[in-house]
Design a protein around this ligand. Structure first.
Ligand code: PAF
Length: 278
């Protein structure tokens, strides 16, 4: 497994692979890898000859007062996990390699990123779209794999790829959960035992929404209110509860198959997200 730290070396490696006729898959991550990330790697492996995992905690997608400085990091452990999974390259540039001090260009998606995490984290998707574009230009993949846990991110990236004609297929892989239902996240490591218990309120609330839908409930406002009650009862501070069309991220009044229920809530200081499609 190769470790590459500069965009130019990454581009040179990819150029050689492309000349050799190989397909490259990219798995963009911010590191502190868990089974969810590894499931993306396995999915990537089925879609290409080579897998490049990018490991970069991107400063531009964190707002002031967010957790950039304390985002969990353990490159040594990440490296061992990638090696065991047969990753071909870890691309781990420094922030200085990625962003010139006078960088003045950004990529902004202006429709799908307005609500949900875009509303509660202003500038977040500008940072995501910009860094993912840059990672794509470094890795030059044929295919890239993102997780459904960040459902809005996956949709925004698909739109960006379409709108900017990146010749890249986007695959979205399912959420991986702990046996008790908690969606895997690098941030889970920061939860105290008490917060970890509270965090289960997210998947419980989603389960409740699914059950209500299965029983015939169709009023989105009712389900939304019950989710908020469940989150509060679990000791979580709700950031948002949104019931939206999966294609537009616009709120729906009526539940229907395929509608996305997306939640963000704080367990202590740690912000967690989760979602399900009905
Ligand atoms: O989902 C993430 O980990 C990040 O938002 C991504 C896509 C790696 C961009 O920094």
């Amino acid at each position: 497994m190769k470790i590459i730290t500069t965009p130019s070396e990454m581009q040179a490696w990819s150029r050689e692979r492309l000349i050799a006729g190989e397909r490259i898959a990219c798995v963009p991550t911010m590191g502190y890898l868990h089974e969810g990330h590894l499931s993306l790697v396995r999915r990537a492996r089925t879609a290409a000859d080579r897998v490049v995992l990018t490991l970069f905690v991107n400063p531009t997608q964190f707002g002031p007062g967010e957790d950039y400085a304390i985002y969990p990091r353990d490159p040594g452990r990440d490296r061992a996990l990638c090696e065991a999974e047969g990753v071909d390259v870890i691309f781990m540039p420094t922030a200085a390699e990625m962003y010139a001090p006078d960088a003045s260009t950004a990529v902004v998606e202006e429709a799908l990123s307005r609500r949900l995490c875009g509303a509660s984290r202003p500038g977040h998707f500008r940072g995501v779209c910009t860094v993912v574009s840059k990672l794509f230009n470094c890795v030059r993949p044929d295919v890239a794999v993102f997780g459904q846990k960040d459902a809005q991110q996956a949709l925004v990236i698909k739109r960006m790829v379409r709108d900017l004609n990146f010749p890249i297929e986007i695959i979205v892989a399912p959420i991986v959960r702990e046996p008790d239902g908690l969606a895997l996240s690098s941030r889970n490591v920061r939860l105290s035992a008490e917060e970890r218990k509270s965090a289960l309120g997210l998947s419980r609330a989603l389960g409740m929404a699914r059950e209500a839908f299965a029983r015939g409930e169709r009023d989105a406002a009712t389900v939304r209110r019950r989710i908020e009650e469940e989150l509060a009862a679990s000791g979580l501070r709700t950031d948002y509860v949104e019931i939206v069309d999966t294609g537009t991220m616009e709120p729906v009044a009526q539940l229907a198959p395929g509608v996305l229920v997306a939640l963000a809530a704080f367990a202590g200081q740690t912000r967690l997200i989760d979602n399900c499609e009905l």
